[in-house]
Design a protein around this ligand. Structure first.
Ligand SMILES: NC(=O)c1ccc[n+]([C@@H]2O[C@H](COP(=O)([O-])OP(=O)(O)OC[C@H]3O[C@@H](n4cnc5c(N)ncnc54)[C@H](O)[C@@H]3O)[C@@H](O)[C@H]2O)c1
Length: 326
């Protein structure tokens, strides 16, 4: 049985990955300092409450377990905050991640998986964006991810470790069995914000810009179901364990506008949602759509929950369960 250490496994995507690895027969160990995570999301594997930059804790963890794969989700991911406070982002997403990677190399970990992002591409030069799209991130968050990708590639060319770099577009939806889901605080992602408005937890939803060069004037984004994302990690880990490193986009290859998402959420929830049309935010591109052709061709990855209906249905079921009782 192979062992995977999942950092950030008490968070949104990491907890879904813990479920996916566990269901495929891996032994799961979760490391999360719970700064944004939820202890109750750790339902698969052993839990260690601690920091990825804690040298002493890492020494003892790697000594205690023979870890084959590190699947590294732990990071800060508030783009706006990264502009206000870049030190916080370079410290957590880069410096601490390097401490973790060094321990992984010292302890003969075979594969290091990294949660990267479409934010490493910067403004799209072509749509859909492929893995070879130029990487010109324009925020400290995007740069912290881009720099760590470089470090990882250098480590893999000098030390006996392989990597999977997974560049996500917008993760969305929730575990179809309803066991885990999205709960960020503060929440900045579109779908949970719309569902908050549908549930009456917020007065409404603001659309940032209605004059973009898109059919309905609102921004178009690529949403990928978190369970499909989690499944891709298992496939990428197996490829790296048995053959070679890889860099893969993870998106649906299709996009939905903000207005389309709101309309779909109204239909799925059966609730009216108050909408306020506001100004554009600086730096928001009109369209961000990724090509996942490479991971489909090389790893046979096929999204099972790609439709916007499925994404919003699973998110809504989770949202009601999580927040109605609070
Ligand atoms: N959510 C998205 O749409 C999206 C898109 C692209 C990339 N990503 C990346 O995916 C990863 C997971 O995102 P998420 O949405 O699940 O975020 P999340 O905040 O729900 O999960 C991150 C987890 O990491 C933990 N953490 C942060 N710093 C830590 C540290 N120093 N030590 C230990 N634990 C720490 C947090 O407590 C949290 O549980 C992040 O690396 C993020 O940058 C997310």
């Amino acid at each position: 049985m192979k062992t995977v250490l999942i950092t950030g496994g008490a968070g949104y995507i990491g907890s879904h990955a813990a479920k996916a690895f566990s269901e495929k027969g891996y032994r799961v160990i979760v490391l999360d300092n719970l700064i944004y995570g939820h202890k109750e999301f750790v339902k698969w594997g052993d839990f260690f409450n601690g920091d990825i930059g804690d040298d002493y804790l890492l020494k003892s963890l790697f000594c205690q377990f023979q870890i084959d794969i590190v699947s590294h989700f732990a990071a800060f991911a508030y783009v706006g905050e990264s502009v206000q406070n870049p030190r916080k982002y370079y410290d957590n997403n880069l410096a601490k991640a390097l401490v973790l990677l060094s321990h992984a190399v010292k302890n003969d970990v075979k594969v290091f998986q990294f949660s990267s992002t479409c934010a490493t591409y910067g403004h799209p030069e072509h749509i859909p964006m492929t893995e070879s799209h130029p990487q010109n991130p324009f925020t400290p968050y995007g740069k912290s991810k881009r720099f760590f990708e470089e470090i990882l590639r250098d480590f893999a060319s000098s030390y006996p470790i392989r990597f999977s770099i997974l560049r996500y577009f917008n993760a969305a939806g929730a575990d179809p069995a309803g066991e885990i889901g999205e709960d960020h605080d503060p929440e900045t992602h579109l779908i949970p914000l719309i569902l908050d408005a549908a549930m009456g937890r917020k007065r409404g939803i603001e659309i940032f810009g209605t004059d973009y060069d898109t059919p309905d004037g609102t921004c178009i984004r690529d949403y990928i179901h978190v369970t499909d994302l989690a499944a891709a990690h298992v496939l990428a880990a197996e490829k790296a364990l048995n053959a070679e490193s890889g860099i893969y986009n993870l998106g649906n290859g299709d996009g939905f506008s903000v207005k389309e998402v709101i309309e779909k959420a109204k239909a799925v929830t059966g609730r009216d949602i108050h909408v306020v049309e506001g100004e554009r935010r600086p730096g928001d591109p009109a369209r961000l759509i990724g090509s996942s052709a490479r991971i489909k061709a090389e790893l046979g990855w096929q999204p099972k929950y790609a439709s916007l209906d499925k994404i919003i249905e699973t998110a809504w079921a989770w949202h009601q369960k999580r927040f109605q009782t609070r």
